[in-house]
Ligand binder design. Structure first.
Ligand SMILES: [Zn+2]
Ligand SMILES: [Zn+2]
Length: 400
C-alpha cells in the first residue's frame, strides 16, 4: 500500500486553488487561451516539459526513467455557454460556466501531475497526461488523436474521470462502470431535400419536398420500430424540419435535422447507414434528390473488460471496497444516455471511464450537470488526483 492518498490530501488546498482560477476564467470550445496558459505554467512549475500538440491541447510526460508501457490519464478543460447563477466568491467572471465540472477535472489532473512528479523515479514506464479542449462539442479528443496524442510514446491504455453532482451516492464514491459500452454515441444528421417548386394548385407539375420530408420522417421512426432488436437501446429524433413560406406555393427545397444515439457500435453504424439509404430511396421514389450529411459524430465509450478488472482491484486497494460502485448506482441498467468524446480514445486503445461522486442532493448538491446552479463538493477533489496518479502507477506495475 502506498501513501498516495495522504500525499493527495496534503495537496487539497492547491487543487482547490487551481479549480477556482479555472472556474472564474471559464472558456469555451477548442480555443482556451487563459486555461491553456495556466495549465502550461503550472506544469512547468512542477518541472514538466509540456507540449501543445494542437490548439489548447496539452500533453506532458511523467516517468520514462524505467522501461515499461505508457498509461494515459485525461482531463477535459472546456466550459459551457451558461451564465452562472451561483453566488460564490469564485463565481465565473466570463459569460461561460464550468457547469460540467471540467475545471475540477483539470485541477485534479494537475494534482495528479504533482503526485507523479513526487514518485517519478518509481514509475515503471511512462504516464502521459492529456489536457484536452472541446469535449462539450465532442471534438477535442478526436483532434488530439489526429495530432498524435496516442503516439510517441505509444499509449497502451487510457483512463479518465468525470465528476458528477446531484447524484444519489455520497461524495467521494468512485464509480467504475463495468466492461462494455457505457455511454451512448451521439451523431447529428442534416438532410437537404431538393424538389421542384411550383403553384399549389398544380402539384402534378412539381416535386413537393415537404411531402418527401414527411415520408422520410415516418420511415426514420420505423428503423427503431421495425429494424432494431427489441432489447436494443437506441434513439432517432428529428429535431427540426423546415420548408416553404406560403399556403399556396410548393417550395423548391426543404431540410431536416436530427440525432441518433446508440450504445453498440454495430447498431450505431447500421442506423447511420439506414438514415442515408432511406432518405435517398424516398427521394428517388418521388423524383427528388437529397444530400445527407453527418454534422456531428461521437462513438460510445467502451470500457475494456480486462482493464476494468485491473482498475477495480487497484482502486479497491486505494479507497476501500465499499467506496467503489458500479454504474448502476447512478444509472439504472449501468448505461448513460449522454455522450463523452473519450469514446474516440476507447476505439483506439483499451480505456476506462470512471466517475467521481461530487455531491448528492442530501449533501446540498441537488443540481445536475449543465445546470446554471450546479456546484461540486471540493472536499473530494484530492481523491480524483489520487485515483488518477495511483491508477497509472499501479497499472504500469502489473502490466510490464
Ligand atoms: Zn458536459
Ligand atoms: Zn463533461
Amino acid at each position: 500500500m502506498n501513501n498516495i492518498l495522504e500525499e493527495a490530501k496534503a495537496l487539497q488546498g492547491v487543487i482547490v486553488k487551481d479549480r477556482r482560477y479555472l472556474h472564474q476564467n471559464a472558456e469555451l470550445g477548442m480555443d482556451l487561451p487563459k486555461t491553456t496558459a495556466y495549465v502550461l505554467a503550472r506544469l512547468k512549475e512542477m518541472g514538466y516539459d509540456p507540449k501543445l500538440i494542437t490548439d489548447s491541447a496539452i500533453v506532458a510526460l511523467a516517468g520514462g526513467k524505467k522501461p515499461g508501457k505508457t498509461f494515459l490519464i485525461r482531463a477535459d478543460m472546456d466550459a459551457l455557454p451558461i451564465a452562472e447563477e451561483n453566488d460564490l466568491e469564485y463565481k465565473s467572471k466570463t459569460k461561460n460556466m464550468h457547469a460540467c465540472g471540467h475545471d475540477a477535472h483539470t485541477a485534479m489532473l494537475l494534482g495528479a501531475a504533482q503526485l507523479l512528479k513526487n514518485h517519478e523515479d518509481e514509475i515503471g514506464g511512462t504516464v502521459k497526461l492529456m489536457f484536452q479542449p472541446g469535449e462539450e462539442q465532442l471534438a477535442g479528443a478526436k483532434a488530439m488523436i489526429k495530432a498524435g496524442v496516442l503516439e510517441n510514446p505509444k499509449v497502451d491504455a487510457a483512463a479518465m474521470i468525470h465528476i458528477f453532482s446531484g447524484m444519489p451516492v455520497p461524495s467521494g464514491t468512485l464509480i467504475v462502470p463495468e466492461g462494455g459500452y457505457i455511454t451512448s454515441s451521439g451523431d447529428a444528421f442534416h438532410i437537404d431535400i431538393k424538389g421542384k417548386g411550383g403553384h399549389g394548385s398544380m402539384p402534378n407539375k412539381s416535386v413537393d419536398p415537404l411531402n418527401i420530408a414527411s415520408h422520410i420522417y415516418i420511415d426514420l421512426q420505423d428503423i427503431i420500430a421495425r429494424e432494431m432488436a427489441p432489447d436494443s437501446t437506441a434513439v432517432i429524433t428529428v429535431g427540426q424540419m423546415h420548408g416553404g413560406n406560403a399556403a399556396n406555393i410548393i417550395p423548391d427545397t426543404a431540410f431536416m435535422e436530427g440525432s441518433i444515439r446508440a450504445f453498440d457500435s454495430t447498431e450505431r453504424e447500421f442506423m447511420k447507414n439506414r438514415v442515408v439509404e432511406i432518405a435517398n430511396s424516398v427521394a428517388s421514389t418521388f423524383g427528388a434528390t437529397v444530400n445527407v450529411e453527418y454534422t456531428m459524430e461521437c462513438p460510445s465509450v467502451y470500457n475494456n473488460p480486462g482493464l476494468y478488472d485491473q482498475i477495480v482491484k487497484i482502486n479497491r486497494e486505494l479507497l476501500g471496497k465499499d467506496n467503489i460502485k458500479g454504474f448502476d448506482a447512478v444509472y439504472p441498467g449501468g448505461k448513460m444516455t449522454g455522450s463523452e468524446d473519450f469514446g474516440y480514445m476507447s476505439e483506439k486503445v483499451p480505456s476506462i471511464m470512471m466517475v467521481l461522486g461530487g455531491g448528492s442532493p442530501e449533501e446540498g448538491y441537488p443540481y445536475p450537470q449543465h445546470h446554471p446552479k450546479i456546484n461540486f463538493n471540493e472536499d473530494v477533489f484530492y481523491l480524483g488526483s489520487a485515483v488518477y496518479a495511483n491508477t497509472a502507477i499501479e497499472w504500469l506495475k502489473i502490466n510490464k
